[in-house]
Write a new protein. Structure first.
Length: 198
């Protein structure tokens, strides 16, 4: 719309200024919308270009192979974690057995461990108590107690002379031993002084 056209229609200068101002407001609103739409179009065009470039990077890539590789790596990671946990459990079990053997005064841990039913002990819900019980049983069994340090033997009892009632010292004779009335005590004295009976 032009000013001359409005003059031809018989509008005054004041009316023409008003119409032009209102028209300018409308044009400003339309221009703003147009600018916003242009900016949005440019933004979307940039996104489309970026998306196309990203997709070009994946051209020739086998998505199924990537999924399979991902599943394989996940399985390997789970297996590695499981293996690690099993090794830790095995180490802790071995340490528990070594400690129990040591506490029972075991002389040869390897030989003692070989006599244990380790599979049954591993499966036990009360491992510590069951290991201790199994080792105690081995330390008391006739065929395996030699694998454990036995308690110190008590010093042999000294016998007393029947004639004096005092403990015999270094002057023990065959006769003084034979004079002991208690048979057990006499046999013990004989075993201690075998050289007198040869």
């Amino acid at each position: 719309m032009k000013t001359d056209e409005l003059k031809e229609k018989g509008l005054t200068e004041e009316q023409i200024a008003f119409v032009m101002a209102e028209n300018g407001k409308d044009i400003g609103k339309v221009q703003k919308k147009l600018d916003d739409m242009t900016a949005e179009r440019d933004k979307e065009a940039t996104r489309a270009t970026t998306a196309e470039e990203t997709l070009k990077k994946f051209e020739g890539v086998d998505v199924e192979a990537i999924k399979k590789d991902l599943a394989d790596w996940k399985t390997k990671a789970e297996k590695a974690e499981s293996d690690y946990a099993a090794k830790i459990a095995e180490r802790d079990f071995d340490d528990m057995i070594k400690d129990a053997i040591s506490s029972a005064n075991g002389l040869n841990a390897k030989a003692i461990k070989a006599l244990l039913d380790t599979d049954a002990l591993k499966a036990s819900k009360n491992q510590k108590e069951d290991v201790a019980a199994a080792i105690k049983a081995l330390s008391e069994a006739e065929d395996s107690k030699m694998l454990f340090k036995q308690p110190e033997a008590k010093a042999p009892a000294k016998f007393t002379s029947t004639s004096t009632g005092s403990a015999t010292g270094g002057n023990v004779t065959k006769e003084s031993i034979m004079a002991i009335k208690d048979r057990g005590e006499r046999l013990q004295a004989i075993s201690q002084h075998k050289d007198l009976f040869q």
